[in-house]
Design a protein around this ligand. Sequence first.
Ligand code: H79
Length: 405
Amino acid sequence: MSSPINGEKSTVEKRISWWLEARFGMFIHWGLYAIPARGEWVMYCERIPKDEYALLAQKFNPKKFDADKWVALAKQAGAKYMVLTTRHHDGFCLWDSSVSDFTSVKTAAKRDFVAEYVEACRKAGMRIGFYYSLLDWRWPAYWDGPEKNPEGWKEFRNYVHAQVRELMTNYGKIDILWYDGAWPHSPEAWGSEQLNAMVRSLQPEIIINNRSGLPEDFDTPEQRIERSLRPWEACMTIDDLWWGYHPGDPNLKSPMQLVRSLVKCVSGNGNFLLNVGPKADGTIPPEQAARMRAIGRWLRRNGESIYGAGAAPFQQPHLGQVTMKGSKVYVHVMFWPGREMCVAGIKNRVLKTYMLASGKKLLFEQKEDRLFIRGLPLRAPDPIDTVVVLEIEGEPEVAPPSFWK
Ligand code: H79
């Protein structure tokens, strides 16, 4: 990121500030792979020939698809933005692409799902993200690469650029472009620099992830939470592995795990993009929707410690994670200590302590950098994560770890 000049926010900081505050987004992986229901990699994993896979498009007619319902769920979950797979690695487009016949508009459904999604988001004030996979398994040139097949590669690359141009032109203002699938080819091979220059000329406010092979605006650790000094977003599935609908995986993360992942991201200045994989009929599986809603219930009580919040310099690994916003320190107590807790390392004077969800004031005593909070309930009021707020005076000042005086 370029540095601020004279206190003015740089362009990239201005563009990305809404996203940094948003902290939580809902990812959606939806396409033909929802029919076999063995994940979005089914075509590759099972080596399904292109023409055989294409037959799925004749069956893909999701009568129950209702973009308003997806957006309503994202809202209930407390997500501030959504990212939809406009096209995954299998090449099937959910929009009316003029450079492909393999689209939801030219096959059974005869609908532009991207248009419906965009309209629903806009109506609800939901920020709009497009996932777009650069790679397309159906193109031999993708497998050959530009050295072995320069002519084919050129044609393939033109197709990719044309599709991105359509997405950036035909749907009004788009907030996020979430590339994927650049590997194993270089940004030079994809023409990522020219591609992103085109994107920015069409969508001056957009933020772009780091998966065109160029760093651009934010990093995207996948299925893991990894801090970086740049803006970052961890994307994750609710089950172990699969982004596209895959009911065979019974190992779903609990609301507790999911909320704690979100908190962990925010405590490292990161975002959390949590995925749902709708069924072929367009509905979001109830077990996934239930988890999204559970996160939303927690956020309605504790959202202040997430939205617009970020890393705190005070770490309290014996209690859980810590986030911060302005003069408020949010201690996310995940290991409930019982009637009394001790927060270490805060040099500032503490003015007030209370529970975020209930507003209940707590008694406290400061002995140098050790803060004792007393009169807590024996059991955690919220087993998922009980947030205790500390209001401090002045800029945060950390005492280095110390014991002997
Ligand atoms: O869209 C989602 C994934 O499909 C995509 N990125 C996210 C956002 C992605 N593409 N490639 N990869 C992730 C890494 C490759 C993972 C794989 Fe596998 C390991 C492919 C085959 C083995 C995951 C696990 C899919 C099948 C088993």
